[in-house]
Design a protein around this ligand. Structure first.
Ligand code: NAD
Ligand code: TDX
Length: 331
């Protein structure tokens, strides 16, 4: 299969490329990535001879058209992804997430190419703390942030292009990912690299907010399964049933790094901070026979800590600028 992977130099996309090279060496892979602050050639260095890497923007219709025409399927990861950045400056999120997805849709429509659109559970808004409700495919969209509202808009565009133009697309909405190559702006890598650089980890508010964690390789194996066997027009929710509050994750990181579990700072809370996300992945289990492999969160966290310890050359150059940005926001 000739696969076009948008955003393949970012966290999840790069891990998707790595696992595709490993598990599907018969595929021919093209990455289209604008190399924003979140994209990194180094993330693809180990597979650079196995792929074609095109630096370019998904809003560039001519380029998107040309690359889509040469592909059998598109896996669309490219997006602006950090909630705190969206709160500070939403405009790039409208451009990349809404106009970008529109441009990809028009290209797959023109060339009859299969699309898998990668989205987030944040489109459903948040759940209350301490009850058993979880998100399903029929949960109404109720996004809270400029980030999640633009991802919700992109999902709506995909649904409309399926219905109106017969575009062959599937959508997945996944919970919080962790693993190697995640930008140090995100919660888990930020705390690990704070400890590794002698800074104190930073917890927003009281840390009662709950996230549902999944290892990035499990997210990507689900995407692969949906691409192969998913029903056109369907939305699949991806999750590994690992709900944790932020305080517990913070303490687990500190414990695994041999620090006092209270050795962190409480900082200003995020505006509009979603309380809880939780995915009911049973449709994916029952209909597509998918299951996560990384079922021990602490094992996954330990391996992730080891990866950051061993790969300071990858994240070191990003760290000071990221922390300076947070400092400016009181976080
Ligand atoms: P990331 O920020 O690490 O990577 C995004 C990549 O997209 C970067 O390489 C960037 O250069 C590229 N990009 C951004 N704008 C672009 C544009 N206009 N044209 C071309 N490339 C562009 O993000 P991630 O965490 O890997 O997320 C990938 C996808 O998965 C996103 O669509 C995100 O909404 C979704 N998602 C992420 C999570 C998570 O926990 N990280 C969970 C669920 C869904
Ligand atoms: O320093 C921090 N301290 C802190 O307490 C940071 C960066 C975050 N947090 C909290 C905020 C959230 O409750 O940790 C939680 C996780 O934060 P993020 O890593 O920013 O992730 P989140 O906002 O939950 O969104 C992530 O998951 C869904 C991704 O960034 C999105 O792209 C994805 O769609």
């Amino acid at each position: 299969m000739r696969l076009l992977i948008t955003g393949g130099a970012g966290f999840i996309g790069a891990n998707f490329v790595h696992s595709s090279v490993r598990v599907h060496p018969e595929d021919s892979l093209t990455v289209l990535d604008a190399m924003t602050y979140a994209g990194s050639r180094e993330s693809l260095a180990a597979v650079e001879n196995d792929i074609r890497l095109v630096q370019g923007d998904i809003t560039d219709a001519e380029l998107a058209n040309k690359l889509v025409a040469e592909s059998d399927a598109v896996v669309h990861f490219a997006a602006e992804t950090h909630v705190d950045n969206a709160l500070a400056d939403p405009e790039p999120f409208l451009r990349a997430n809404v106009i970008g997805t529109f441009t990809v849709l028009e290209a797959v429509r023109a060339h009859g190419v299969r699309l898998h659109h990668v989205s987030t559970d944040e489109v459903y808004g948040d759940l209350e703390l301490g009850n058993a409700r979880r998100f399903t495919e029929s949960t109404p969209y109720n996004p809270s942030s400029p980030y999640s509202s633009t991802k919700a808009a992109s999902d709506m565009l995909v649904r409309a292009w399926v219905r109106s133009y017969g575009v062959r697309a599937t959508i997945s909405n996944c919970s919080n990912n962790y693993g190697p190559y995640q930008h140090v702006e995100k919660f888990i890598p930020r705390q690990i690299t704070n400890v590794l650089t002698g800074r104190r980890p930073k917890l927003y508010g009281s840390g009662t907010n709950v996230r549902d964690w999944i290892h990035v390789d499990d997210h990507n194996s689900a995407v692969r399964r949906i691409l192969a066997d998913g029903q056109i027009g369907r939305t699949y929710l991806i999750g590994a049933e690992e709900e944790r509050d932020n305080l517990s994750v913070m303490r687990a990181i500190l414990r695994l790094m041999d620090r006092d579990p209270d050795d962190f700072d409480h900082v200003a809370d995020r505006a509009g901070h979603d309380l809880r996300y939780a995915i009911d992945p049973s449709a994916l289990y029952d209909e597509l026979g998918w299951a996560p492999k990384h079922t021990d969160f602490e094992d996954g966290l330990r391996a992730t800590i080891d990866w950051y310890r061993d790969n300071e050359t990858w994240w070191g150059p990003l760290k000071d600028a990221t922390e300076a940005k947070y400092e400016g926001r009181g976080q």
